[in-house]
Design a protein around this ligand. Sequence first.
Ligand SMILES: [Zn+2]
Length: 300
Amino acid sequence: MKRNHKNLSMFSFFLIPVLLLACNPKQSANPGKTIVTVSILPQKYFVERIGGDLVDVNVMVGPGEEPHTFEPQPSQMEALSNSQIYFTIGVEFEDAWLSRFKDANPEMKFFDTSAGIEKIAMTAEEHHDEDAGTEHEHGELDPHIWLSPANVKIIARSIATALSESDPRNSTVYQENLDAFLADIDNLDQEIQTSLASISSRQFITFHPAWGYFAHDYDLEQIAIEIGGNEPSAAELAHLINYANEHGIQFVFAEPEFNTRAAETIASEINGQVILISPLAEDWLNNMKNITQSLAEVLK
Ligand SMILES: [Zn+2]
């Protein structure tokens, strides 16, 4: 009797999970977790800070890819069909793809994490020739909202609210994680202010105009090489080189997700240096600290 009973337990111990797996692979792979899709890697960090072990996060734009011209792979559309939540942030490709994402997964809930954030205009054309300005779209709003700690506090609160709504039993966990993340962001903000308190110059040159919100929050001025998504013309390059020489600018920031050729041209013409900084690194908190250190060093 005893042996039979044991055999039966062994039988069910092995067989039942196998049967469950066969019947419902989604749930068994992620027991009790909320499956979330986001557009860019920093959002993955935000969602994981708040959701911890309770979430599984898919990212549309992977490492080294850029969200302005991104198109999802068929395998990503497949992964999307398992998601319960999609957090949008307002990057360009969302406009073209959101309706298709909805079609691919009508059950999925969409949350706009850019809600409540005051968007600012792109300022890329400010330092270029007046005549060249006419061909650019003026008044276009800057999508790079996640590069401002103040904005990320708003984004984090939206994520916590959405996760609590979809999984109310764990709302205390989400709230505690949110509080810890907000405290880290406040510390980061202090660190940025301290690091930039004694700098002697406030202008920096960057290839891609991703740092408008950061510059806005910390009273810096971003001078972008790329205008409206386009590489600069020879005349625009010459203008920037003159500008940098006149103002003693010796460093050019560039983003690893984009072509660095124009940044290198300017750097060599001003006997300067290219410094790579990414707007899309997954470890957002450390990335922001590293960028602050680079800026403080360059602008000292
Ligand atoms: Zn960008």
